[in-house]
Design a binder for this molecule. Structure first.
Ligand SMILES: [Zn+2]
Length: 165
């Protein structure tokens, strides 16, 4: 099996959000005598249970979601920074990761073949390229002000990111 991914090595922003309550609305058969009872339907267009024909019932699941919609913020800052999709990456803390939406000149040449999975890997003090983190903060000063309005904290980092298209 193959999968498509981006590999990014360089400065990025780690922006901490807070979790707020939200609801997930699902539709399922509510007929207690039906084999499909409680089974959530994937087809939102289907109003009736395919087995017993009863009208599907609404089920509300209470969930938590980030207080920041990164794709909305992306538009607010004219897409000069971009959030990477993190839904496949397990992070210990509630962060959105933002990278500069610019092409490096000259391009960074390196080879890395990820054999494990998608990741966000800060490379630690020894590999911390301070000048590049400073460049990020200076170049995107205006956008960082906007990000700081939405997030609890925005921290400059330097590391390896592997994420899906
Ligand atoms: Zn049914």
């Amino acid at each position: 099996m193959s999968f498509d991914y981006h590999v990014y090595l360089g400065p990025y922003l780690e922006c901490e959000y807070t979790l707020i309550p939200d609801q997930n609305v699902k539709w399922a058969c509510g007929n207690k005598r039906c084999v499909k009872q409680g089974l959530v339907t994937r087809n939102k267009e289907a109003n009736f249970c395919p087995v017993c024909g009863k009208l599907l019932a609404k089920q509300i699941e209470v969930i938590e979601k980030p207080n920041v919609d990164s794709w909305e913020v992306r538009e607010e800052i004219d897409e000069v920074l971009t959030p990477i999709p993190l839904e496949y990456i397990e992070l210990d803390s509630p962060y959105h990761i933002w990278i500069p939406n610019v092409t490096r000149d000259p391009p960074r040449r390196f080879y890395y073949d990820p054999r494990t999975d998608y990741c966000v890997e800060p490379l630690g003090r020894a590999n911390f390229h301070l000048s590049e983190v400073v460049w990020l903060a200076e170049t995107f000063m205006k956008e960082m002000k906007i990000l700081k309005k939405h997030y609890k904290e925005c921290l400059g980092q330097w590391g390896l990111l592997i994420y899906p298209y």
